[in-house]
Design a protein around this ligand. Structure first.
Ligand code: AMP
Length: 146
């Protein structure tokens, strides 16, 4: 994993840009005109969701105000759905800025993880089968209030 301290420029071929372009599959939880929410393929707990803006931002420094607001509102919707589906109050909201912080995908994203900080699994470590992610995405999408 890169620990570089150098600023990173936006790469149009990053994995989340490819999702937004419809070039690679993902398990959608929610979408609106400014944001997309989908299942993390290597969850740190069951029900780990990522929320991204439809803006080319590497990290928080690049994020425009209207997209920042939209991401936060989508986070609220997803978190409420996670609380309902997993019957737990505790949801971690996490976001990494820069490789030095451990960021691995350089398109801004917020992690929403139904877990405790004391029980969090390893970051981007173990891939979960597509069928299981599809099932959870369906459950979450079904209870999201737009
Ligand atoms: P970060 O290290 O904060 O940039 O987080 C990137 C996240 O993206 C990690 O939690 C990865 O598990 C997740 N991830 C990487 N590739 C994919 C993918 N194809 N679909 C969904 N999540 C992914």
């Amino acid at each position: 994993m890169s620990q570089t301290n150098q600023p990173i420029t936006y790469d149009d071929n990053n994995i989340f840009a490819k999702m937004l372009n419809g070039d690679i599959p993902y398990h959608k939880v929610y979408e609106d005109d400014k944001t997309l929410a989908f299942m993390d393929i290597m969850p740190q707990a069951k029900g780990h969701v990522l929320v991204i803006p439809k803006q080319k931002a590497v990290d928080l420094a690049d994020l425009e105000a209207e997209y920042a607001a939209a991401v936060l509102m989508t986070c609220k919707k997803v978190m409420q759905a996670q609380r309902q589906v997993f019957e737990r109050e505790g949801i971690i909201q996490m976001q990494l800025n820069g490789a030095q912080a451990g960021q691995t995908v350089f398109h801004y994203h917020v992690h929403l993880i139904p877990s405790s900080i004391h029980e969090l699994g390893r970051h981007a470590a173990t891939q979960v089968e597509s069928d299981r992610l599809a099932d959870i995405a369906k459950q979450l999408a079904a209870v999201i209030v737009d």
